[in-house]
Design a protein around this ligand. Structure first.
Ligand SMILES: [Zn+2]
Length: 370
């Protein structure tokens, strides 16, 4: 039955690639309960190469000193779970003086900016929050207007993702910083694998199944959006080889002067421990206190993506991210039932979409449609 959820998690067969077997369990839960799945989780939780990372940190410090650079490294951060932990590790464990950079697209969650400034204050780090960039907003606005005709909002975040990386590279160049640190986590990796195909397919399906007038409107606004995206890329690199290299890319190429260190290759993604540190030592906050980490709360636009996912699979993106912890066997389904309800709640999603629509001046268009 397509609407029955897995006995161990909240997913149904409406999600692509999900097969619920005769025992009532989905293939993802089954995988994480197999020897292979269990060892994958165990491996991620037992990474311990901190000494190696400390050696790299010493090299970073020496390199910055030699160059007479004020900062050891640069960190792009949002104030969410993972980026806040990277700031913590870089300073408290590795002793690096980092410059922290954030791009605020104008619809960031208040708490994410507060988390970031609070963390940097406590750790004595400089933070630069870059306000809305005109062409980035134009892309996001026109892309939103285009996607309203299709009914799913995937692909609207491209310009923001491009800008986040670009401002880090730009500030690094300005300050002569040669190192950056990032992290990855299993939840995001698994989610990307499971959702990219679905997002692309639903955009194509949405386009070919909408009314011809909506098709034309989509093409009109999408063309405007792409024009702004190109201008945005130009504003970072001017007419250069780099601009041409980035012309058809969704993420800018990393400049050769900067080295990227992924801390997840050295430090375990022990989410319970990480959340404990963030909350107790840095006063890190989320819109709701959830049993497992509340990922991706940092941008209200995520609610547009939530709505699109819910339409397609019955679960919002935020619900799916929480659901991963049940799939991976960290919590029982019942333990996160209330959190899933909150993440899947229409009122929460509508409220956050309302904030975006107000900021974009799109409330009238939205009302017209309904
Ligand atoms: Zn399941």
């Amino acid at each position: 039955m397509i609407n029955d959820s897995c006995k161990s998690c909240f997913i149904t067969e409406a999600s692509p690639g999900i097969i619920i077997d005769a025992t009532g369990q989905c293939n993802v839960c089954r995988y994480y309960r197999s020897e292979k799945g269990k060892s994958e989780i165990q491996k991620a939780l037992s990474i311990d190469c901190l000494e190696e990372l400390k050696k790299i940190a010493e090299e970073i410090k020496t390199s910055a000193k030699k160059k007479g650079c004020k900062y050891d490294c640069i960190l792009g951060a949002s104030g969410g779970f993972d980026s806040t932990y990277v700031i913590y590790v870089a300073k408290k464990i590795l002793g690096l003086n980092s410059l922290v950079v954030k791009y605020d697209n104008g619809v960031c969650h208040r708490l994410s900016n507060e988390n970031l400034t609070k963390t940097c204050d406590l750790l004595g780090l400089e933070v630069r929050i870059i306000p809305v960039i005109e062409n980035e907003r134009k892309y996001l606005l026109n892309s939103t207007k285009a996607l309203m005709n299709i009914g799913v909002f995937f692909s609207a975040c491209f310009s923001c993702h491009y800008t986040i990386a670009s401002v880090v590279y730009r500030e690094a160049k300005k300050e002569g910083i040669c190192y950056t640190m990032t992290s990855t986590n299993q939840v995001e990796q698994d989610f990307a694998k499971a959702s990219h195909g679905l997002m692309a397919k639903s955009l194509i399906k949405g386009f070919f199944s909408c009314h011809p007038v909506n098709m034309l409107k989509f093409v009109y606004y999408e063309t405007k959006a792409i024009y702004s995206f190109t201008k945005l890329k130009f504003s970072f690199d001017k007419l250069s080889l780099r601009f041409l290299r980035n012309l058809f890319r969704l993420h800018p190429v990393k400049p050769s002067f900067i080295k990227k260190i992924n801390i997840s290759e050295y430090v375990a993604w022990d989410w319970k421990k990480i959340e404990g540190i963030l909350r107790s030592e840095l006063g890190w906050q989320t819109p709701r206190y959830t049993k497992v980490p509340y990922l991706r709360f940092d941008c209200h636009y995520a609610a547009m993506i939530d709505q699109s996912f819910k339409k397609l699979t019955g679960l919002t993106e935020h619900a799916m991210l929480l659901n991963w912890f049940a799939q991976a066997g960290f919590v029982n389904k019942s333990e996160i039932e209330e959190d899933i309800k909150y993440m899947n709640d229409e009122n929460r999603v509508e409220k956050e979409i309302g904030i975006v629509m107000k900021e974009f001046g799109l409330e009238d268009i939205k009302a017209e449609e309904q």
